[in-house]
Design a protein around this ligand. Sequence first.
Ligand SMILES: Nc1ncnc2c1ncn2[C@@H]1O[C@H](COP(=O)(O)OP(=O)(O)OP(=O)(O)O)[C@@H](O)[C@H]1O
Ligand SMILES: [Mg+2]
Length: 234
Amino acid sequence: MGMNKRKIVHAVDIKKTYPGDVPTHALNGVSFEVAEGEFVAVMGRSGSGKSTLLHQLSLIDTPTAGRIVLDDIDVLRLSKRQKARFRLERLGYVFQEFALIVEMTVLQNVTLPAIALGSGGDIRAQAIDRLHRVGLKDRIDHYPSALSGGEQQRVAIARALMNQPKILFADEPTANLDSVSAATVLELFLELKTKFDQTIIMVTHEQEDQKYVDRVIWLKDGHIEKIELGGQGQ
Ligand SMILES: Nc1ncnc2c1ncn2[C@@H]1O[C@H](COP(=O)(O)OP(=O)(O)OP(=O)(O)O)[C@@H](O)[C@H]1O
Ligand SMILES: [Mg+2]
């Protein structure tokens, strides 16, 4: 899918070397494109550079070399302040460990990106809308500790969706979940893609996850080994 759709991600020859006594060449020139509305998995052995790639694409970190165009913006040319704003406005990120604020309710957690952006409108209503999208209708006034792992991850996804990001990133979002909760999260991603044309780039090491995605980018030793169609690809 997505062959005739606008490319929302252009990664061009991305390199990342972590400095040290023995520098680590984590990415050795990675290039690919992602179409709007595509659900892509990044797979490969431990240490192959999957998280490093996601960190560069999501502007958490800065590559040593290369070019990244997201939603038509040449993002590595942005100032630090512009990057922070770009991230808040157009990118969402889901962590393996959920990273919810335990002192805040579910609803308060989900509102955070809108508060950080200083966006107007009815933030509470928007947060409730995002919680409905992830299938959480009750429990919105609970604290994260009162929720199952799968529910906590769905809250984290609702939070990532708060500012209606153009691209949703997720790094092993199901690694801390039981298999039933993991399937729920993957089906949710697929639904976000189908219903809302959400672009999703997900790192995973689970072979079964391939059936949910359009394409799989296989990394090996910091470069692309191959790109294959996933179960949703055609
Ligand atoms: N902050 C860092 N400083 C130095 N080296 C790092 C840093 N982060 C990652 N590395 C190294 O870069 C390489 C790629 O790491 P990365 O975390 O991207 O792999 P990964 O594919 O996500 O692995 P995993 O499946 O275990 O999460 C590894 O050799 C790792 O040790
Ligand atoms: Mg990783």
